[in-house]
Design a protein around this ligand. Structure first.
Ligand SMILES: [Zn+2]
Ligand SMILES: [Zn+2]
Length: 108
C-alpha cells in the first residue's frame, strides 16, 4: 500500500492507456508516482505563434489612443507594442478597436 507524498491519500493503481501496465495515481490530487517533473511541466505556458498578436482578453489595462478603426470607424483603440521576429527590426505597434475588437498593426 502506498500513500501520496503530497496529500497523504491512498494511491490507487490505474491502467496506463494502451498497455497492460498500471501506475499508482493519487485519486485525491492526481499525483503520479515518478511523474513529478512531468506534472510541473504542464503548468508552463505555451509559446505563442510567431507573427500573431495575442492579448489576454482579461487584460483590460492596455492604454487607449485615438485611432480610427478601419473596420467600423470607431475612433478609439487599445494599443501595444510588440517586438516581432528579429531584434534589429523596429517594433510593431498594434491597435485593437475598443468597439468591434478588430486588431490591426501599424508599421514604422
Ligand atoms: Zn495526493
Ligand atoms: Zn472597430
Amino acid at each position: 500500500m502506498q500513500f501520496c507524498p503530497k496529500c497523504k491519500a491512498m494511491m490507487a493503481p490505474k491502467e496506463i492507456k494502451g498497455t497492460d501496465d498500471v501506475e499508482m495515481v493519487c485519486p485525491s490530487c492526481g499525483f503520479k508516482e515518478g511523474a513529478e517533473e512531468e506534472l510541473n511541466s504542464t503548468v508552463q505556458e505555451q509559446e505563442k505563434p510567431d507573427d500573431v498578436a495575442v492579448i489576454d482578453e482579461k487584460n483590460v489595462s492596455l492604454p487607449t489612443a485615438e485611432n480610427e478603426c478601419p473596420k467600423c470607424g470607431n475612433k478609439k483603440a487599445y494599443w501595444w507594442i510588440e517586438q516581432t521576429r528579429s531584434a534589429d527590426e523596429a517594433p510593431t505597434r498594434f491597435y485593437r478597436c475598443t468597439k468591434c475588437r478588430h486588431t490591426w498593426r501599424e508599421y514604422g
